[in-house]
Design a protein around this ligand. Structure first.
Ligand SMILES: [Zn+2]
Length: 446
């Protein structure tokens, strides 16, 4: 596989790349013969389609096993994986491989199909992403279905990607189920969700999809991806971002492109340093809590304002004349609903931001543990550390705390992470974290 192949953008971890490569080959085998994608369940192998023996047997008999297994490909996929593991990156790379026009080397990375698919401008790829807390059934009916049932324009198939498919509400899930059960002839559906847990994703819908788990990638995978996406980066920059993001692709991207992301990380690591400074520790905790609220407000405000204006416009708020008063009264409930949704979304964004900070703090304690166990002690360059630029802080932690206290601190962070799921206020949560880290760190006992 060459570096330019779209498969180099997929993690090698967990066999993701191999599975999707096999699926792509099976799909292109069909494309090259003018066959549709749908109907996999009705034919057991390509050989049946062609009216000759057994495809797998044929594959092993032919030179180099050139006939792929038909069963490697299907029309509906569910990609799950932890935050930042690269579900949607993988989905897009897979889409490019399917839309590639080079049947002999699908996913070549060089053809028009591959390039426009990766850039998101290919007419046969549609990506559904939402800023909202749910994907309503309207989106499936009005936007997704009509698109999915059209035939491809230039490629051999169309690819529909739904990011955050966990946000499909019940009705929308049912509508998607119908689409998957009566599949369009030439459309591949890829749904991405953090988990396939029943509370996040419809069980019935899941049972109709091929499930691919995209695990947190190795640092080296992230470096490769960053360099593929941003040829202007130096190896060193990519390496740094991949290391400190600890395999979180979205964050690594943020670190190379956005000063704000780097600053946010510093704040979290400063929090960890304040644990041993009782005079200011609670101030730091309170400050971080306030900044979380401010940061989310800053990121969301303009989107929220635009949503409100759009809704008011569609409701005719501000219009005058007969009926306008009645319309205004009727619209109050709808506007309230939007505001409630926005509030929930802010809350979710705040939790996500705190979760990132907790991950950073945990990384620092892990580094201390590595140093204390001697694994990273004399490597000089800080090899193996998640935060090589905070090596001194990690060393200080390792010097102050025995290994069991470091472990206790890591457990404490996990405990506070679990609290994120409940409705505890940010200030309370970060106070709790500070207290627990101080107890684990035996602050004030010496
Ligand atoms: Zn190509």
């Amino acid at each position: 596989m060459s570096d330019s192949s779209v498969f180099s953008r997929m993690p090698e971890t967990g066999g993701v790349r191999e599975r999707l490569l096999a699926a792509t080959r099976a799909a292109h085998y069909r494309f090259a013969r003018g066959l549709a994608l749908a109907g996999y369940e009705r034919v057991s192998s390509l050989a049946d389609v062609q009216g000759s023996g057994n495809a797998e047997q044929e594959a092993s008999e032919s030179e180099g096993g050139e006939v792929p297994r038909d069963s490697d490909m299907t029309h509906a996929w569910l990609f799950t994986g932890p935050a930042g593991s690269g579900r949607s990156v993988t989905a897009k790379a897979f889409a490019a491989a399917l839309l590639c026009t080079n049947h002999d080397n699908p996913g070549c990375g060089g053809c028009e199909g591959c390039r426009t698919a990766l850039a998101g401008t290919h007419g046969d790829i549609k990506i559904i992403r939402t800023e909202g807390t749910i994907i309503p059934v309207k989106t499936v009916r009005d936007e997704i279905r009509p698109w999915a049932y059209k035939l491809p324009t230039t490629a051999d198939c169309r690819v529909l990607i739904i990011e955050d498919a966990d946000r499909l509400n019940d009705q929308a899930s049912n509508a998607m189920l119908k689409l998957v059960e009566e599949p369009p002839l030439r459309t591949v559906i890829i749904m991405c969700a953090p988990t396939a847990n029943p509370e996040d994703f419809s069980v019935t819908l899941r049972s109709r999809c091929r499930h691919v788990y995209v695990p947190t990638p190795h640092t080296e995978d992230v470096v490769q991806l960053l360099l593929a996406e941003r040829p202007d980066l130096t190896q060193e920059q990519a390496q740094w971002a991949a290391t400190v993001s600890n395999g979180h692709i979205g964050r690594a991207r943020g670190f190379v492109s956005d000063e704000g992301s780097r600053a946010w990380r510093s704040k979290a690591l400063d929090f960890a340093e304040a644990v041993f400074d009782p005079a200011k520790s609670y101030l730091v905790a309170r400050e971080l809590a306030n900044e979380v609220t401010g940061e989310v407000k800053r990121r969301m405000e303009s989107v929220e304002q635009a949503e409100l204006e759009k809704l008011e416009q569609s409701l005719g708020v501000g219009a005058s004349g007969k009926g306008a008063q009645a319309a205004l009264r009727g619209s109050k409930g709808v506007i309230k609903e939007l505001e409630e949704n926005q509030k929930r979304r802010r809350r979710r964004a705040e939790s996500d931001l705190i979760d990132l900070s907790l991950t950073d703090i945990m990384g620092l304690y892990r580094d201390a543990l590595l140093i204390s166990s001697g694994v990273a002690a004399d490597s000089g360059e800080g090899i193996g550390l998640i935060n090589p630029d905070r090596r001194r802080t990690a060393q200080e932690l390792a010097r102050r705390l025995p290994a069991e206290s470091l472990l206790e601190s890591i457990d404490a962070i996990s405990g506070v992470r679990d609290m994120l799921k409940s409705a505890v206020r940010n200030g309370v949560l970060l106070d709790e974290l500070m207290a627990k880290l101080q107890i684990a760190g035996q602050v004030g006992r010496r």
